[in-house]
Design a protein around this ligand. Sequence first.
Ligand code: SF4
Length: 213
Amino acid sequence: MALQVNEIFYSIQGESTFTGRPCVFVRLTGCNLRCRWCDTGYAFYEGRALTVEQVLEQVRAYKCPLVEITGGEPLLQDEVHSLIDRLLAEGYEVLVETGGSLDVGRLDPRVVKILDLKAPGSDMDRLNNLDNLQYLDRKDQIKFVVVDRRDYEWARRMMAEHALAEKAQVLFSPVFSELHPRELAEWILADRLPARLQIQLHKYLWDPDQRGV
Ligand code: SF4
């Protein structure tokens, strides 16, 4: 069985609590969501078939212990679990970033799950799978991408209703070029919210439209 792979690249991790660390990214093809502000639409269809072994060969070549599997939606492809098993067996630290609509219960507990909860501004909030919250632990991360004050208040309410800060790390990320990070920072500070602001560091280091960074 092969994986449909959009791209494999080595960069600085720009999001999550791993921000700033060198990381190999394996971006899988396909997504079942269509977030209004999505910045990786090129991953919906473009890609090539690679076996797990071929993916591993490319990952190993970067000699980097941190690997993130992302998309698109990486959980759409069943073979992703074989890739994760092999990466873990070889000693890699593995992050999986998912849009939050599919079941994360099958992921190996050693994987760091980065789970989106889609706010209303994405137009995908109806597809959040809240059953996934039961599978999170303190190393895992819940990410809210926030486009405006309405999204912020929705995320703040979700944090309170589901005690999210007690379950996992909570990340707030402004939609690039739509909400200024400073505005989001001020809201978080005013509410003394136990959340971490992140700013997609890679978009400040390189051209924000550049792929493979
Ligand atoms: S889940 Fe991610 S890849 Fe899919 S549409 Fe939303 S932002 Fe884009």
